[in-house]
Design a protein around this ligand. Structure first.
Ligand SMILES: [Zn+2]
Length: 416
C-alpha cells in the first residue's frame, strides 16, 4: 500500500528521438508487477508504443513524442478489487496502491496519483503525462491527473482513451455514467462543459467545433427521441459527418458530441476529427528556430539559449518550418526533404514546387507552374491534390490559406 511495498528500478526510453527538452514526453509506470514480472511490464509497454504510433492522429505526429517506461516492483501482483463495487475482494500490496472500484464503479481504476507524479518527476523530469500500467486483467482505467489502465482485453485502447483525458482534457463522449440504466442522467445540467469535444449548444455560429461542420449538415444532427435512455441507434447521418449528436458527457440528452462515434465514446472507434485536432494541436511542444546560412551552404537549429546553434544539414535552396517540422529544398533539383530530428538525417518527400508551407499536421506545396496545391500524405513521397491554381500559400496552426492568382483574394482550405 506504500513505497515500502516495492522499489523503483529505473527508467528506459522506449520510443522517440526528439530532443528531451522539446518533446511531448509520455511516461509509463508499472504497478502490481513483482520483481519477477518486470518482463511482462516491458512487453505491455511495447504493445502500448505499437498501438499509439499506429493510431491516428498519433501515426503522423509520433516524431514529437518520446515514450519512457519506469520499472517499479511491487510486493504483490495485481491490484485491490473491492467487493463493495462488484470486485473479487482481492487485495495486493503494490507500490502505487492501485485499486478498482472508485466511486463504487468497478472499472474506475485509481492509484496514489501524487506518488506517481513524484516518481515520474524524479525519473524523467521533463515528462508531460504519466500513465500507470496496472498488472490486472480486470477491465479498468481512469484519466485524472495521471492516467491508469489495466491489462484487460483492449488494454492499449483503454490507455489511448485515458490519455485523451489526462493529456488533452477531452471529455467522455458516452451518454451514461455508471453503465446505461442509471437514473438522474436524462438531461445534462445547465452550464457549458469546459472540454473541447462536448457542448450544450447546437447553434452553428457558436458551437465549439463549427469549423468542422459542413454548411448543409443539420444541427442538431441526431436527437435522442427518449431521454430516459441512451440513444443506441446507428448514425442516421452519412459516415464521417461532423455535427451535433445528442447524448454525451454522461447524459442521455442535452449534451452533444461531434461525431456519431469516437474513441472518447467507444474504445474500438477512431478519434473523431475534433478530438484528433485537439491532440494534434496540443502534442506540439515548444518549437525551435532554424536558419539557413547567408551562403545557403548549411542549415542550423538554435540551441535554445545564448547564441548557440547546431548545424543540422548541408546546403539548401530554401527552408520552411512549422509545428509539423522542418523541410528544405535541394539547391540544385528543388526536391523537398524533411528533417528527421538528428543532424544530417533528412528524408526525400517530394519533387520541386514553387513554394511550400508547413502547418500543424503536414506540409503543403504549390506546383512549379502554380496550377495546383498539394498536401503531403505523411509518408513516402505521396501527395494529394487539394486545390487548383494559387498565387501564394500560407499555413500555420490555424490552417491553410491561398491567394487567387488573378485577383489576389484570400481563400481558406476547409479540409476536403
Ligand atoms: Zn471525439
Amino acid at each position: 500500500m506504500t513505497t515500502s511495498d516495492g522499489t523503483v528500478l529505473g527508467s528506459t526510453r522506449i520510443h522517440g528521438t526528439a530532443p528531451r527538452n522539446r518533446a511531448f514526453t509520455l511516461v509509463l509506470l508499472g504497478d502490481g508487477f513483482t520483481a519477477a514480472e518486470q518482463t511482462a511490464f516491458d512487453t505491455a509497454c511495447t504493445s502500448f508504443v505499437t498501438a499509439m504510433t499506429t493510431t491516428p492522429p498519433y501515426d503522423r505526429i509520433g516524431r514529437a513524442v518520446n515514450i519512457w517506461r519506469v520499472n517499479v516492483t511491487s510486493t504483490d501482483s495485481g491490484a485491490d478489487d473491492p467487493v463493495g463495487s462488484g470486485g473479487t475482494g482481492a487485495t495486493a500490496r503494490t507500490y502505487f496502491d492501485s485499486r478498482f472500484g472508485a466511486n463504487g464503479i468497478r472499472r474506475l481504476l485509481v492509484c496514489d496519483s501524487s506518488l506517481v507524479l513524484q516518481t515520474a518527476a524524479v525519473q524523467v523530469p521533463e515528462f508531460t503525462v504519466a500513465l500507470v500500467v496496472v498488472n490486472s486483467t480486470v477491465y479498468g482505467g481512469s484519466g485524472g491527473s495521471v492516467g491508469t489502465y489495466s491489462l484487460a482485453d483492449g488494454a492499449t485502447e483503454i490507455a489511448l482513451h485515458e490519455i485523451g483525458h489526462t493529456a488533452y482534457g477531452l471529455a467522455d463522449e458516452y451518454a451514461y455514467y455508471a453503465g446505461g440504466g442509471e437514473t438522474g442522467h436524462d438531461h445534462h445540467p445547465a452550464g457549458e462543459p469546459s472540454e473541447p469535444n462536448v457542448t450544450l449548444t447546437t447553434d452553428r455560429s457558436s458551437v465549439k467545433w463549427g469549423w468542422a461542420i459542413g454548411p448543409s449538415t443539420p444541427l442538431p444532427t441526431m436527437s435522442n427521441p427518449d431521454c430516459a435512455t441512451v440513444d443506441s441507434r446507428p448514425s442516421t447521418a452519412p459516415a464521417g459527418t461532423v455535427g451535433c449528436f445528442e447524448g454525451a458527457h454522461y447524459y442521455h440528452c442535452g449534451a452533444y458530441r461531434p461525431e456519431h462515434n469516437c474513441k472518447m465514446r467507444e474504445l474500438s472507434a477512431p478519434f473523431c476529427p475534433v478530438c484528433a485536432q485537439v491532440i494534434r494541436a496540443r502534442t506540439k511542444v515548444a518549437e525551435n528556430i532554424c536558419a539557413l546560412t547567408p551562403a545557403r551552404d548549411a542549415v542550423y537549429r538554435y540551441d535554445g539559449s545564448g547564441i548557440s546553434w547546431t548545424r543540422i544539414g548541408g546546403p539548401a535552396g530554401q527552408i520552411y518550418a512549422g509545428a509539423w517540422g522542418l523541410v528544405a529544398t535541394n539547391p540544385s533539383s528543388g526536391d523537398l526533404y524533411r528533417y528527421l530530428g538528428t543532424p544530417d538525417d533528412w528524408q526525400y518527400i517530394g519533387s520541386a514546387g514553387a513554394t511550400f508551407a508547413v502547418a500543424t499536421d503536414t506540409v503543403y506545396g504549390l506546383t512549379p507552374s502554380r496550377d495546383a496545391v498539394y498536401r503531403y500524405d505523411g509518408s513516402g513521397a505521396s501527395w494529394t491534390r487539394i486545390g487548383g491554381p494559387a498565387g501564394q500559400i500560407y499555413a500555420g496552426a490555424w490552417g491553410l490559406v491561398a491567394t487567387n492568382p488573378s485577383s489576389g483574394d484570400l481563400y481558406r482550405y476547409l479540409g476536403t
